[in-house]
Design a protein around this ligand. Structure first.
Ligand SMILES: Nc1ncnc2c1ncn2[C@@H]1O[C@H](COP(=O)(O)OP(=O)(O)OP(=O)(O)O)[C@@H](O)[C@H]1O
Length: 228
């Protein structure tokens, strides 16, 4: 992302969500994004994944220039390259875990088997359960399986542990680390839990629509060594 800005206009009021952000993630890198509420993290993640558009600046992903894309191209780009995980799992209640994941494989170019994705997140024996029969942590792991089943290049997670207790959150982070290590998936993870910064390759701290600080972890901790 080069000098990306984002403004929202509500009536006469203009809100600057991003005030000029330069950010490059290397392939396979796990980045944690920190910052106070309203500092622009979600806006950035959404623009990075082609869910939203920058007001100015340039956004590229490998050979794709997102800022030059039509709506249709942006949708295709998201479909082919990006997985999203949100704080609330957004599973379809009337479908089993397996069916929730399988739904994506119908429109993906080169998906893995839904069972394989569920095995990857440790839910092989819960495939036939409905969301209401799963714990919050298990539902989030189904959401991760759904996001990775299409083998995305980039996985973007907005508060993936936000609704979970620390112990369950650790299980979810372990799954994310496993996906990162096994598939070399580039990751952006927003969190309010500053302790989670320790699992990342790089950490970006936001304030008031800008990156205030970035740092590289010389030593990364496994999620099991992190608590909040
Ligand atoms: N659709 C929108 N319309 C108007 N203003 C918006 C919209 N989305 C975000 N904003 C504003 O942009 C700023 C950045 O919001 P953003 O959601 O990116 O922050 P955040 O750091 O992710 O916050 P949080 O940690 O609370 O999720 C805030 O001032 C917010 O009110």
């Amino acid at each position: 992302m080069d000098n990306v800005t984002k403004t929202y206009r509500t009536g006469d009021v203009e809100v600057w969500a991003l005030r000029g952000v330069d950010l490059t993630l290397e392939r396979g890198e796990m980045a944690v994004l920190l910052g106070p509420s309203g500092s622009g993290k979600s806006t950035l993640l959404n623009i990075m994944g082609g869910l939203d558009r920058a007001s100015s600046g340039r956004v590229r992903c490998a050979d794709h220039e997102l800022t030059a894309f039509s709506e249709r191209q942006l949708t295709q780009f998201r479909r082919d390259h990006i997985g999203f995980v949100f704080q609330f799992y957004n599973l379809i209640p009337s479908l089993t875990a397996y069916e929730n994941v399988a739904l994506v494989t119908e429109i993906a170019a080169n998906p893995m088997d839904p069972g394989e994705a569920l095995e990857m997140v440790g839910l092989k024996d819960r495939m036939d359960h409905f969301p209401a029969q799963l714990s919050g942590g298990e539902q989030q792991r189904v959401a991760i399986a759904r996001a990775i089943v299409k083998r995305p290049d980039v996985l973007l997670c907005d508060e993936p542990t936000g609704a979970l207790d620390s112990k369950t959150g650790v299980l979810v982070l372990e799954v994310l680390c496993r996906v990162n290590a096994e598939f070399n998936t580039t990751m952006g993870i927003i969190t309010h839990n500053a302790a989670i910064r320790q699992i990342a390759h790089r950490v970006f701290s936001f304030r008031d629509g800008r990156i205030e600080e970035s740092s590289t972890n010389a030593v990364r901790l496994p999620p099991s060594a992190v608590s909040w």
